[in-house]
Ligand binder design. Structure first.
Ligand code: DC
Length: 209
């Protein structure tokens, strides 16, 4: 069984993907981490994330980089969003994600284009979202708890910029697949959103389409 979980930044899709994977005993891939590694490696190379050649050169990042805590920084998310617009970067990361999705036994992947490009044949597709204001509120609380000094307005502006770039790019933009369940969790807590997601995947197992 392949489960595709897509959605914008700070929507809770990673939490939901991990919970689905744990519930059904499946491996999970956070595909955003691959783009984050490329963005961060571009910076380590003193390259420009907006330059397709610099970003492509960073696609052969060392595997150990995927464990670097710096990939979780907000600034790295911004770099990831910028390198991800380049078709050459998307091509370079494509096969690795497809192979993960198609491994025997199945998998859960979260990202922006899993249900539309990487695994259009996925058995269950979720499009996880929440209002920009609610995503900014959650991200702001989480950043303050980590001791990062940032204002709510700055977080909201960053979320709007990331959304515009992720949905506006020409190649594999963020969009809900036609056959994906829209899970807007603006008014749900994490437990409720996870329960709704698992219940949906269960309907797909019982009644495969
Ligand atoms: O999910 P995330 O915030 O870690 O993703 C960081 C960026 O990577 C996101 O802004 C766009 C890009 N991305 C993508 O283009 N396609 C994916 N499947 C996953 C992430």
């Amino acid at each position: 069984m392949i489960v595709a979980v897509d959605g914008p930044t700070a929507s809770g899709k990673g939490t939901i993907a991990r919970a689905i994977a744990a519930h059904f005993g499946l491996p999970v891939l956070d595909t955003g981490l691959l783009y984050r590694a490329v963005g961060y490696q571009t910076q380590l190379n003193h390259g420009d994330a907006d330059d397709a050649n610099d970003a492509l050169a960073a696609c052969d990042f060392p595997k150990a980089l995927l464990d670097d805590p710096a990939l979780r920084y907000e600034s790295t998310g911004g770099l990831a969003s910028r390198v991800s617009v380049h078709p050459a970067v998307r091509r370079a990361l494509f096969q690795r994600q497809v192979d993960f999705a198609n491994q025997p036994g199945g998998a859960v992947l979260d990202g922006r284009d899993i249900g539309t490009v990487i695994a259009p044949h996925a058995n269950a597709k979720l499009f996880v979202t929440a209002s920009p204001e609610e995503r900014a509120r959650r991200r702001h609380v989480e950043m303050l708890s980590r001791g990062v000094a940032v204002t709510y307005d700055a977080v909201l502006a960053d979320i709007h910029a990331r959304d515009a770039r992720d949905t506006g790019r020409a190649d594999a933009p963020l969009r809900q697949a036609d056959d994906a369940l829209l899970l807007d969790n603006s008014a749900m807590d994490a437990k409720e959103a996870i329960a709704a997601a698992i219940a949906f995947v269960e309907t797909k197992i019982r009644r495969p389409s």
